[in-house]
Design a protein around this ligand. Sequence first.
Ligand code: SF4
Ligand code: SF4
Length: 107
Amino acid sequence: MTYIICEPCIGTKDTACVDACPVDCIHPKKGEAAGYRPDVQVAYDEVDQLYIHPEECIDCGACQPVCPVSAIFPQDEVPAQWEFYIEKNKLFYQLSWPEFKEKYGIK
Ligand code: SF4
Ligand code: SF4
């Protein structure tokens, strides 16, 4: 399984979860250039929210309690109105940034 970042991260993006994650699977990280890893094509300043890599997450739960806006859920506990964030977190790492922006209407 994986954890998923949902809507409340948008506009907050404080990166507390990044610091808590033991396996460095939450991106983009502040201060890194676009492309600092091949599947993160965009810098922190350009994204609407942060994303958890679903295949790298070890399901430890460390990120969930540190999020100030309760944006993080285990995949099987994502509230119904935010279920599309399951795919959104995954596709962030799979689509090109222009494709991803278009799909999710990110300015
Ligand atoms: S559940 Fe653990 S491994 Fe997964 S994103 Fe959160 S802190 Fe990282
Ligand atoms: S801690 Fe919460 S609000 Fe902050 S970046 Fe992570 S998911 Fe977003």
